[in-house]
Design a protein around this ligand. Structure first.
Ligand SMILES: Cc1cc2nc3c(=O)[nH]c(=O)nc-3n(C[C@H](O)[C@H](O)[C@H](O)COP(=O)(O)O)c2cc1C
Length: 185
């Protein structure tokens, strides 16, 4: 069995989309630093990896370059503070194909209330939600690319997201809920 090297993971997107079924849930668990400690069969199948290739690897191994840094910054800020978050995420399979998910990420607490890891369950996102999310993420990414550093990229795209939410008069959670419940038949 070969191990996954950084160069194997750094594949470029093919532009081909993969799909999973409405009745499937993609599940993974991480340690507090975001390294994978569990991935279910659906995860492995759609991402195109074996269990051996993913366990112990940072979750960013399936990061898609189109995902704005600001979304992951919000995700980490929220879960590390002990709260749950919902987020639309596009991921990269081992061969460069991509797949969209609607993720619910939660912290797992130990007996004394400390965070011992994180858990993510992902379902098929609604098509109507993606019609809002894809252009929003493209705008966030464009703003990020125009910044001189990763730190400024995060600040700028978070500020953009905040302005959008303010204009809509909703909090981030409310937007996620509205997008997903506006699900097309
Ligand atoms: C439980 C959990 C699940 C995650 N799921 C994903 C995921 O499906 N795709 C992804 O790109 N990042 C996911 N992340 C976020 C990654 O840890 C990382 O922040 C992200 O890929 C950005 O990586 P980068 O900062 O190296 O660009 C998850 C993190 C946690 C804690």
């Amino acid at each position: 069995m070969t191990t996954t090297t950084a160069s194997e993971r750094a594949k470029s997107p093919t532009g081909r989309e993969r799909f999973f079924r409405e009745d499937e849930i993609i599940v993974s668990k991480t340690d507090p630093s975001g390294k994978l400690v569990y991935a279910n069969e659906v995860f492995l199948t759609i991402a195109g990896y074996t269990e051996r290739e993913v366990l112990g690897q940072p979750h960013s191994m399936i990061r898609h370059p189109d995902m704005p840094r600001g979304v992951f910054a919000l995700l980490w800020e929220t879960i590390a503070s002990g709260s749950e978050i919902f987020a639309y995420v596009v991921n990269l399979a081992k061969n460069g194909d991509h797949y969209w998910v609607f993720a619910h990420v939660t912290p797992t607490f130990g007996p004394t209330g400390e965070i011992v890891g994180y858990h993510s369950s992902r379902r098929v996102p609604s098509a109507s939600a993606l019609r809002t999310i894809i252009p929003l993420y493209a705008e966030m990414s464009a703003v990020e690319r125009a910044q001189p550093s990763k730190r400024e990229a995060v600040l700028a795209s978070r500020a953009l997201l905040d302005r959008k939410l303010e204009a809509l008069g909703v909090a981030y959670d409310e937007l996620m809920f509205a997008l997903e419940t506006g699900k097309e038949a």
